[in-house]
Design a protein around this ligand. Structure first.
Ligand code: IPE
Ligand code: IPE
Ligand code: MG
Length: 241
């Protein structure tokens, strides 16, 4: 158990929740059961993060590349998504959580898009944790969509060429107004970004654990935060003495 008393709590934690399939396989269960269990872990993590005083929690729920999976698995993920959207609305209301989705939502079925819009609308005035879910999200896709919006604004004159800066580009991303993540946690041991928050993770501290996502708990989150507290964030400068 980590002593959390004197720990700096990162303002924004980004999560790549990986390993649902491996968790299920280890138990001889279908992959879908791993996703189901993974959803329970997401719920618990939202409540935990809110209690710990984390301000922003961003989780990778479904990538632009995950459509490559079998029709059965994609279908099962959509069904789970439908089910958990309703639960999430309740949890968000009970915990003063504001929910936001990033990614290209219009590729989903209409009822899912409506559910996403409702979640955002009904929680927008909550002042606690901001819970961001990346669905049909890809970092490259997000940048392409941003550049297209910028090009449209250049055409109408709403944006001038000289006004293109890191700040203005960031304001066209899905994460506009959200500070960059301080800590990235990836479960299941893979040492890659898998197209997650490519722009936003420029100076984020990366922590990878072998723990499979459905097994992730308070102790695992505390271990990640303890590791973060030992890091020396230099942002390209020199070590503070
Ligand atoms: C993460 O678990 C959840 C999603 C990508 C939807 P995986 O389904 O990728 O699990 P593994 O990597 O196959 O174990
Ligand atoms: C990343 O996990 C995407 C999500 C967690 C939603 P993947 O399992 O899809 O990533 P790869 O295929 O191992 O890179
Ligand atoms: Mg995976």
């Amino acid at each position: 158990m980590e002593n959390m008393e004197h720990m700096v709590i990162p303002e924004h934690v980004a999560l790549i929740l990986d390993g649902n399939g491996r968790w299920a396989k280890k138990r001889g269960l279908p992959r879908t059961m791993g996703h189901k269990e993974g959803c329970v872990t997401v719920e618990k993590t939202v409540e935990l993060a809110a209690r710990m005083g984390i301000k922003y929690l961003t989780v990778y729920g479904f990538s632009t590349e995950n459509w490559k999976r079998s029709v059965e698995e994609v279908g099962a993920l959509m069904q789970l998504f439908r089910f958990y959207m309703v639960r999430l609305l309740k949890i968000a209301k009970a915990n003063n959580v504001r929910v936001k989705m990033i990614g290209e939502r219009n590729r989903f079925d209409k009822d899912i898009v409506e559910g996403i819009n409702r979640l955002e609308r009904e929680t927008k005035d909550n002042t606690g944790l901001t819970f961001i879910i990346a669905v049909n999200y890809g970092g490259r896709d997000e940048i392409v969509r941003a550049v297209r919006k910028m090009a449209a604004d250049l055409e109408t004159g709403a944006l001038q060429k000289e006004e293109i800066t890191e700040q203005s580009l960031a304001s066209y991303l899905d994460t506009a107004g959200i500070p960059d993540p301080d800590l990235l946690i990836r479960t299941s041991g893979e040492l890659r970004l898998s197209n997650y928050l490519l722009w936003q993770l420029a100076y984020t501290e990366i922590y990878v654990t072998d723990c499979l996502w459905p097994d992730f708990d308070k102790e695992e989150l505390e271990k990640a935060i303890a590791a973060y507290n030992k890091r020396d964030r230099r942002f390209g400068g020199v070590k503070a003495t």
